[in-house]
Design a protein around this ligand. Structure first.
Ligand code: S3P
Length: 449
C-alpha cells in the first residue's frame, strides 16, 4: 500500500537549532536501487544487492518484479533478485502499483514492452497526473500496444517479444525516458539508439554494462548517442548501492545554513551527472569538501564535508539542470539564506515531478517571507541572508518539498510547518531521525511553541 492510501496527513514543524554536527551515512541511491532490482530481474541467475534503499518507491519496484515472476526479497542484510533472463518475465495477475514513483513506472513500461504480456500499471494521485506520453511514444514506435490511447496512469499495455529497434532523439532531458527505451532495446532485435541533447544521469548505461550488456556511448554534433545491442544476455551480479546524492543534499543544505554547523556525509554517489548541486553550492561560497574519492560497482563515491558558510546568490546555468534536477527545492532554500539573487533558468522539467515543484517551491518560500518568483521556466530567489519563517508549506504529495522546507525551518527566525510529511517515506524514511541525530528539532505542530 502506498503512503498516500494510508493517509491522514502528518504535518511537522521545524525550528531553529544551534549548530548541526556529526558524521552520517544516507540510505542508498534511489535511481541505482530501482535499476539494480530491475536489471537483476532481467538477468540470468541471482543478483545480490547491498545498501538497497528500503523506501516505498523502491519497495514497489520489488513488488512489481515479484508479480512479474522475478522474486525480489530481503535475505539477511542484502536483497536478492531471482533473475528470469531476458524476455523471461510473465504476466502479472493484478495491476502493478508504483505508488509515487515515476522512475519505476517509466522504466517498467520499457521492460513490459519487450515481453509478450498484458499488464495494468497504476500509481497514486501524484503519479496519475504525471506525463507518460514521453515514454509511450517511443515504446509504441517499437511495438508496445496501449489500450484506449491514454497517456496517464492507470494504463493497460500490451508488450511483444518482437520489438523493433529505433533511433530516438529525446524531446526532453529525461533519464527515465532514456532508460525505458534502452531497456526495451535490450529486448529488441538489433541496435537501439537514444540521442540526448543534454546529458542526463547515466546509471542505466553504467549498470547495464556491469550486467554484461553491450552499451556504447559516443558524442557527435554536440549530442550524446547511446546504443544498446538487442537480444542481450545479462548475468546476475553483486551490486553495492552508494548513498543517495539527492537525499544527502538536504543534510548538506542544513549544514550550510545553520550557523556553526559541520557535517560529514560518508559514501555519497558523486557521479558527475548528479553533482550539479554541490558544484553550485561551491560557487555560492559554500564550504563543501569532497574526500576519499573512490569507485564502487562502476559508480564514483566520496565523503562530503559541509560547514556553515556565508553565501552569495549566483546564476545557475540552465544546462546544469539535468545534473541537479531533484535538488532545486533544496537549492532554493539555500538561496534564500544567501545574499543576493539566485537565478535558476531551464526548469521546465521541474513542473512535472511529484508535484509542480517550481510552483510549490516558490509558494513555500513566499509563505515564509522570502522574495521568490517564477518567470516561465526560471526560478528567482532574492536572498536576504535571513528567512523570517512562520509559514505553512503545502507539499502536494511531494517528498522533496516536505524535506526542503523542514530544512529551511532549522535556520529560519520563526518555525516552519509543512502540511504533510507522509511522502518522505517514498525516498528517505530516515530523514527526520538522521537530522535529529545531527541536532535538528522537529515537532508535531500542536507541540510547537
Ligand atoms: C530519475 C530521473 C529523473 C529524476 C528522478 C529519478 C531516474 O527524472 O527526477 O527522481 O532514476 O532516472 P527524469 O528522467 O524525468 O528527469
Amino acid at each position: 500500500m502506498s503512503a498516500e492510501t494510508n493517509s491522514v496527513p502528518r504535518p511537522l514543524t521545524s525550528r531553529t537549532v544551534p549548530a548541526l554536527s556529526g558524521t552520517v551515512r544516507v540510505p542508498g541511491d534511489k535511481s541505482i536501487s530501482h535499476r539494480a532490482l530491475i536489471f537483476g530481474a532481467l538477468a540470468a541467475g541471482t543478483t545480490r544487492i547491498s545498501g538497497l534503499l528500503e523506501a516505498e518507491d523502491v519497495l514497489n519496484t520489488a513488488k512489481a518484479l515479484t508479480a512479474l515472476g522475478a522474486p525480489a526479497q530481503k535475505s539477511g542484510s542484502e536483497w536478492q533478485v531471482l533473475g528470469r533472463g531476458i524476455g523471461g518475465l510473465r504476466a502479472p495477475e493484478g495491476p502493478l502499483d508504483f505508488g509515487n514513483s515515476g522512475t519505476a513506472a517509466r522504466l517498467m513500461l520499457g521492460v513490459v514492452a519487450g515481453h509478450d504480456i498484458t499488464a495494468e500499471l497504476t500509481g497514486d494521485a501524484s503519479l496519475q497526473k504525471r506525463p507518460m506520453g514521453r515514454v509511450l511514444a517511443p515504446l509504441q514506435q517499437m511495438g508496445l500496444g496501449v489500450e484506449d490511447g491514454r497517456d496517464r496512469l492507470p494504463l493497460v499495455v500490451r508488450g511483444t517479444s518482437s520489438l523493433v529497434p529505433i533511433v530516438y532523439e529525446l524531446p526532453v532531458p529525461s533519464a527515465q525516458v532514456k532508460s525505458a527505451i534502452l531497456l526495451a532495446g535490450l529486448l529488441a532485435s538489433g541496435e537501439t539508439t537514444v540521442i540526448e541533447r543534454e546529458a542526463t544521469r547515466d546509471h542505466t548505461e553504467r549498470m547495464l554494462r556491469y550486467f554484461g550488456a553491450e552499451v556504447v556511448a559516443r558524442d557527435e554534433d554536440g549530442r550524446r548517442h547511446i546504443t544498446v545491442s538487442g537480444d542481450a544476455e545479462l548475468t546476475g551480479r553483486a551490486v553495492n548501492v552508494p548513498g543517495d546524492a539527492s537525499s544527502a543534499a538536504f543534510l548538506a543544505a542544513a549544514a550550510l545554513i545553520v550557523p556553526g554547523s559541520d557535517v560529514t556525509i560518508k559514501g555519497v554517489l558523486v557521479n558527475p551527472t548528479r553533482t550539479g548541486f554541490y558544484l553550485t553550492l561551491k560557487e555560492m561560497g559554500g564550504d563543501v569538501e569532497l574526500s576519499n574519492a573512490r569507485e564502487e560497482g562502476g559508480e564514483p563515491v566520496a565523503d562530503i564535508r559541509v560547514r556553515a558558510s556565508k553565501l552569495t546568490g549566483v546564476l545557475v546555468p540552465a544546462e546544469r539542470a539535468p545534473s541537479m534536477i531533484d535538488e532545486y527545492p533544496a537549492l532554493a532554500v539555500v538561496a534564500a539564506f544567501a545574499n543576493g539573487a539566485t537565478r535558476m533558468p531551464g526548469l521546465a522539467e521541474l513542473k512535472v515531478k511529484e508535484s509542480d515543484r517550481l510552483a510549490a517551491t516558490v509558494a513555500g518560500l513566499t509563505a515564509n517571507g522570502v522574495a521568490a518568483r517564477a518567470e516561465d521556466d526560471t526560478m528567482i530567489v532574492e536572498g536576504a541572508g535571513r528567512v523570517a519563517g512562520g509559514g505553512t508549506v503545502e507539499t502536494h504529495l511531494d517528498h522533496r518539498i516536505a524535506m526542503a522546507f523542514l530544512t529551511m525551518g532549522l535556520a529560519a527566525e520563526r518555525p516552519v510547518t509543512v502540511d504533510d510529511t507522509t511522502m518522505v517515506a517514498t525516498s528517505f524514511p530516515e530523514f527526520t531521525g538522521l537530522m535529529q541525530g545531527l541536532g535538528a528539532s522537529f515537532l508535531a505542530p500542536a507541540e510547537a511553541p
